[in-house]
Design a protein around this ligand. Structure first.
Ligand code: SAM
Length: 212
């Protein structure tokens, strides 16, 4: 309790503390505070040192384009927290980051992901100018498991009810529009399942270097 600042004490429970626009932040510790907003958990983040930053730099990113359903994003936050994959959320979101369902699915007190919220798709793209992005789409021609992924690759997923819009998809070459095989008449997988399948394929190809 000794280090609680006013700003920290005002943070909404958990997730808002994880938003980082400037660069990589990592959770260091958390503690409980009582204030006029009730009893809440405050999570303190610190900038990474260069060794940690190098480790983080050698990983993958998941981008959720305008996600709509809180428990899906919650599951994906949990996946990212457990695999070290960085998560990007492109606004508008179909929920607030304090949403109870998102919190329930996504976090408990020691489970964190590095999350960046982007105001627009254009501002998100600006952060990936020198990186490969794979659009994961039911409209893809390329099977996801036939591509070779390398550290620094990012995977873009569409909103639950609409998928990725054509104007977003058209910037990607065919090789970077990947699909998860399904039965011929099937429509789509659940978003969080699709993310988990792709993330674990990328990690498998990197021999789970960052995991054990
Ligand atoms: C519920 S799906 C969206 C369904 C939408 N009608 C469509 O066809 O894209 C949400 C997201 O999960 C991913 N997804 C689900 N199933 C997929 C599949 N078989 N292949 C590739 N991506 C898939 C895509 O990123 C998709 O935008």
């Amino acid at each position: 309790m000794s280090n609680v600042t006013d700003a920290e004490a005002l943070l909404p429970n958990a997730v808002a503390a994880l938003l980082c626009q400037e660069g990589p932040l990592i959770p260091r510790h958390s503690y409980k505070v009582n204030n006029q907003h009730g009893r809440r958990e405050v999570h303190v983040l610190h900038c990474m040192n260069s060794q940690q930053a190098a480790l983080y730099a050698s990983m993958f990113d998941v981008i959720l384009y305008q996600p709509e359903i809180p428990p899906n994003t919650g599951n994906i936050i949990r996946l990212c927290a457990n695999t070290g994959v960085r998560l990007h959320l492109v606004k508008p979101l179909g929920f607030t980051l304090e949403d109870k369902q998102l919190m329930r699915a996504g976090l408990d007190y020691h489970e964190f992901a590095t999350i960046t919220v982007h105001e627009t798709w254009a501002s998100c793209l600006d952060q990936f100018t020198d990186r490969r992005i794979f659009a994961v789409t039911t409209k893809g021609e390329e099977r996801y498991d036939l591509n070779q992924y390398v550290s620094g690759d990012a995977f873009l997923f569409g909103p639950e009810t609409r998928g990725l819009p054509e104007e977003v998809l058209k910037r990607f070459p065919e090789k970077q529009r990947i699909r998860l095989p399904m039965l011929p008449e099937s429509r789509s997988l659940n978003l969080s399942n699709a993310v988990a399948i792709v993330v674990y394929e990328a990690l498998r190809q990197s021999r789970f270097d960052s995991c054990r």
